[in-house]
Write a protein that binds this ligand. Sequence first.
Ligand code: ATP
Length: 357
Amino acid sequence: MKEKKGIKLDHISKIYKDPKTGKDFYAVKDTSLEIEPGSFVTLLGPSGCGKTTTLRMIAGFESPDEGEIYLGNEAINELTPNKRDTAMVFQSYALLPHYNIFDNVAYGLKLRKVPKDEIQERVTKILKLVELSGMEARMTNQLSGGQQQRVALARALVIEPSVLLFDEPLSNLDAKLRVSMRTEIRRIQQEVGITAVYVTHDQSEAMAISDKIIIMNKGVVAQMGTPHEIYYHPNSEFVADFIGEANFLKGKMIEHDDKVAMIEVDGVPVKVTYDKGMKDGKEYTVVLRPEAATLSTRGGVPCTVELSRFMGSYQNYHVRLGNTLVKLEEHNPKNKRIFEVGEKCRLVFEPESVHVL
Ligand code: ATP
C-alpha cells in the first residue's frame, strides 16, 4: 500500500481583489494547520469564509500569496495540480458526458499511459469499492445523482492519490441521499486509508464524517478539533453558535476552585466547569446546550416556562432565568412530566455540561 501523507499549511494567505470596491482583501489570512496522514478533515464555515479557497490552494488551482503548503515533507506551491499527489471530487461531478462508466474511470489512467490490462484491473477494483460493478457500459447521462457521484469518486480514487479533496460533493443530492452518500464516502475513505479534506457548509455532515473539523470564519481558522471537542469545548461564541444550538449565559464569577466555578447569572449562582484560568469578579459567558439541561420540580435553579411544545422526539421549552431566555430540548418526552407555559420550575444541569468561553 502507498505511504499515507499528511498536509501542512504554513502561514498561508490568499489575497483577492473585491470586484465592487477594487480593493485587495484576504480571502484566507495567515492560516497554519496540520492534517494527519490518513485522517478525514472537514473545512466548515459560513459562505465566503474561505473554505473553497483553502481547498483549491491544496489542489493547486490557486496559489497562495503568502506561506507554503506541504504534502508529506514536500513543499508543493510550485507544482501544477496534475503534478500533485492529490485528486479532487467536484460538486458538479465533472464527468465526461459521451463516455460510459468504465471509460470515465479509466480516463486518468490512459492519460498516464498505464498498460491496458492494468487499467482493466484497477478500474474493476475501484468500481467494486464504490459498488458500481456490472454497470461499466452505462453512459453517465443515464445515471442518478448518487451514481454519478460514485463515478466521480471512482475517477479520483483510481489514480491512487495520497490525498482526496472534496468540494461540497453532495450539495446537488436530495437530503436522504446526502446522508447515505456521506456514510459511503467515509466507509471508502477508511477502507482505502487515504487522507481526505472535505469542504461543506452543512454542520451535521461535518460532524458525521470527520475525524477533525476546521471551523473557518472570515478567512481565518476559528477552531480545529474533533467533533466532540468542537461541540463540548467551543473556544468562542462564533464556534458554539455555528455548531449545534447554544444558549449563552452571562455572569460574574463569584468563586472558584481547581475545576469548578460559581457564576452568578441574573442573581442566580450557577455551578460550571472550566478549562482555562479564571478570575473572581470578572464577567464570563457560558455555553449551555439545549439537550444538556432538564426541567424539574426540585434542585437546580429557579425558572419560568415561556414556551412548551411537543416536537416528536423531544419537548421544546423556552424558560426564563432572570433576564436570560434558555432554549431546551427534553428528549424522549413520552414518559416525562411536561411543564406548561407559565409554570415555575427548576432548571437542572450537571456542571460538566456548562462550558465557560
Ligand atoms: P461558499 O460556502 O459560499 O462556497 P467559501 O467559504 O468556500 O464560501 P471562498 O469561495 O473560499 O468561500 O471565498 C472566500 C472569499 O473570497 C469570498 O468573499 C469570495 O467572494 C472571494 N473570492 C473567491 N474567489 C474569488 C476570486 N477568484 N476573485 C475574487 N474574490 C474571490
